[in-house]
Design a protein around this ligand. Structure first.
Ligand code: GLU
Length: 449
C-alpha cells in the first residue's frame, strides 16, 4: 500500500439517527483520512429498503456535519466512484454475481445467488487493532454438520447482502483501510473469500473497540442519550463531543486530553487504538465540555449560549440592543469554568439577561433590611462603580462593625443580584451589571432607598 492515497469510508445504514457508535466509527475514519491527507467517503448502505429512509440519511449527515466530520466523496459530495448509495448500484452487484456464477464460484438457488465456500482455506487476517485473527474456511461449517456454510450474495428479492455488497463497493471505491466496529470482525473472513474469488487485493482492516456504559454493558438507551443529536440538544459542544469520542479507545500517548480537530488529526495513529472496550463516561464528557467552553472565544461562547436563553424566554435581543453584545459576552467570560454544558451555563448566568428569574428564586424572606441598608448606602456613595473599589469599601464597612463578617453582607448582595447561592465574584458581577441595574434590583428588595 506504499505511496497509495489513503481512502476510508463510513458506511452507515440509514435506519436510525447517528448514534454514539456510528459517530465514533465515522470519527475514527475521518481522523485516519485527515492524518494521512487522504480521502473520507460517505457511502449509504440502504439495501434494507423497508427500514431505510431518506430522513435518516439526512439526520446521519447532519450529525456528521455537527461533529465537524466533513467528507470528500459520497452522498451529498459526489466523486468519481459513485453512485454512493447501494440502492443505486444494484446492476453492479448483479454483474459481479454473474461473473462468480460464470466462473463456478457461485450457484443459483431459486432466485438467490450463493457463493460457494470451499474447505481447507486459510482466511486469517491481521487486524491493525486486534492483531492476528486465525480462521479456516472450515470454521464456517454449519453447526453439527460437515456442510460448509455458503454465503448468500444476492437474496431472492434481488437485493445484495451486506457481506457481498461491501466487498464490491470497497474494492471499486478503492478503499485502502476498512475501519469499523468490532462487531464486524466475524464478517471479515467471509468478505476476504469474496475478494479472493474476484482476484482483488484485500484492504487493511482495523476494527474499533466496543463502547460500553459505566456498568460495562453494551451502550444502550438505558445508559441515557445514545444519539449524537441528543448531546447537541443538551448543550454539549460539537468540539467537546468530537474530543470525547476520539478518546474512546484511543489516546495520544501522553496526558494530553483536550484537543481541537486538527490537533487530533495530527496526533492520531490507528496503531494506538486499543482493543479494550471503551467506557462511555459522562463525567469525562462533562469535564471535556467544560474545558472547551472555557477556552472559547467570548463571541463564540455567546453564540453557543444564546439559543438556550432564547428558549428559556429571556429577552436576549432587547438586552443586546440596550447594552451591546459585548455585555453578554463579558458576562459569560466571567462565568467561564462554571457549568458543564452550554445549557447549564445559560441557566447559571440567566440573571445577566433579566431580573425576572432572580425574583422567582429569591424573596428576601427573613432579611434584616435595616441592618443592611447602611452597607449598600456606602457602596452607592462611591464615585465609581469598579469591583476593586466596591470590595475595598465593603471590607472597610465590615471591619468598622464589631463581629460583622463579609458574608453577612456579600450574600444578600449576591442573592439580590443573581438569586443564587454561588456566582462569580459578586463585586465583579456588580461592576459588569452596572450601577443602575444593581440599584434597581436592590431597591426592589428594599435594600436601598
Ligand atoms: N452498513 C454497515 C453497518 O452499518 C457497514 C459496516 C462496514 O463498515 O463494513 O454496520
Amino acid at each position: 500500500m506504499i505511496n497509495s492515497e489513503v481512502r476510508v469510508r463510513f458506511a452507515p445504514s440509514p435506519t436510525g439517527a447517528l448514534h454514539i457508535g456510528g459517530g465514533h466509527t465515522a470519527l475514527f475514519n475521518w481522523l485516519w483520512a485527515r492524518h494521512n491527507h487522504g480521502k473520507f467517503i460517505l457511502r449509504i448502505e440502504d439495501t434494507d429498503l423497508e427500514r431505510s429512509t431518506k430522513e435518516y440519511e439526512q439526520t446521519i449527515m447532519s450529525g456528521m456535519e455537527w461533529l465537524g466530520l466533513d467528507w470528500d466523496e459520497g452522498v451529498g459530495a459526489g466523486g468519481d466512484y459513485g453512485p454512493y448509495r447501494q440502492s443505486e448500484r444494484l446492476e453492479i452487484y448483479r454483474d459481479y454475481a454473474e461473473k462468480l456464477l460464470a466462473s463456478g464460484q457461485a450457484y443459483r438457488d431459486g432466485e438467490a445467488i450463493i457463493f460457494k465456500v470451499l474447505p481447507g482455506q486459510d482466511i486469517s487476517f491481521k487486524d491493525i487493532v486486534y492483531g492476528q485473527i486465525d480462521v479456516m474456511s472450515d470454521g464456517l461449517r454449519e453447526k453439527d454438520s460437515d456442510k460448509l456454510k455458503d454465503i448468500v450474495i444476492i437474496n431472492s428479492d434481488g437485493m445484495p447482502t451486506y457481506n457481498y455488497a461491501v466487498v464490491i463497493d470497497d474494492h471499486l471505491m478503492k478503499i485502502t483501510h476498512v475501519i469499523r466496529g468490532e462487531d464486524h470482525i466475524s464478517n471479515t473472513p467471509k468478505q476476504i473469500l469474496i475478494y479472493r474469488a474476484l482476484g482483488w487485493e484485500v484492504p487493511e482492516f482495523a476494527h474499533l473497540p466496543m463502547i460500553l456504559g459505566k456498568d460495562r454493558k453494551k451502550l444502550s438507551k438505558r445508559h441515557g442519550a445514545t444519539s449524537v443529536y441528543e448531546y447537541r440538544d443538551m448543550g454539549y459542544m460539537p468540539d467537546s463531543m468530537f474530543n470525547f469520542l476520539a478518546l474512546l479507545g484511543w489516546s495520544a500517548g501522553d496526558d494530553k486530553e483536550i484537543f481541537t480537530r486538527p490537533e487530533a488529526a495530527e496526533l492520531f495513529e490507528l496503531s494506538r487504538v486499543t482493543r479494550k472496550a471503551a467506557v462511555f463516561d459522562m463525567d469525562k464528557l462533562n469535564y471535556i465540555n467544560q474545558e472547551h467552553l472555557k477556552a472559547l472565544d467570548p463571541a463564540v461562547r455567546l453564540s453557543m449560549i444564546k439559543p438556550f436563553w432564547i428558549e428559556a424566554g429571556l429577552p436576549v435581543e432587547e438586552v443586546e440592543k440596550e447594552r451591546g453584545e459585548n455585555y453578554l459576552a463579558q458576562a459569560l467570560t466571567l462565568m467561564a469554568g462554571r457549568g458543564k454544558t452550554a445549557k447549564e451555563m445559560s441557566e447559571f448566568a440567566d440573571y445577566f439577561v433579566s431580573f425576572e428569574p432572580v425574583k422567582k428564586r429569591w424573596n428576601a424572606e427573613g432579611l434584616d433590611k435595616e441592618k443592611l441598608k447602611p452597607f449598600f448606602e456606602k457602596l452607592f456613595a462611591l464615585p465609581t462603580w469598579k469591583h476593586e473599589e466596591l470590595e475595598q469599601a465593603a471590607r472597610d464597612f465590615v471591619s468598622s462593625i464589631e463581629g460583622a463578617k463579609m458574608k453577612d453582607y456579600a450574600m444578600p448582595l449576591r442573592f439580590a443580584l443573581t438569586g443564587m447561592k454561588v456566582s462569580p465574584g459578586i463585586f465583579e458581577v456588580a461592576e459588569l451589571m452596572g450601577r443602575e441595574e444593581c440599584k434597581k434590583r436592590l431597591s426592589f428588595y428594599g435594600l436601598i432607598a
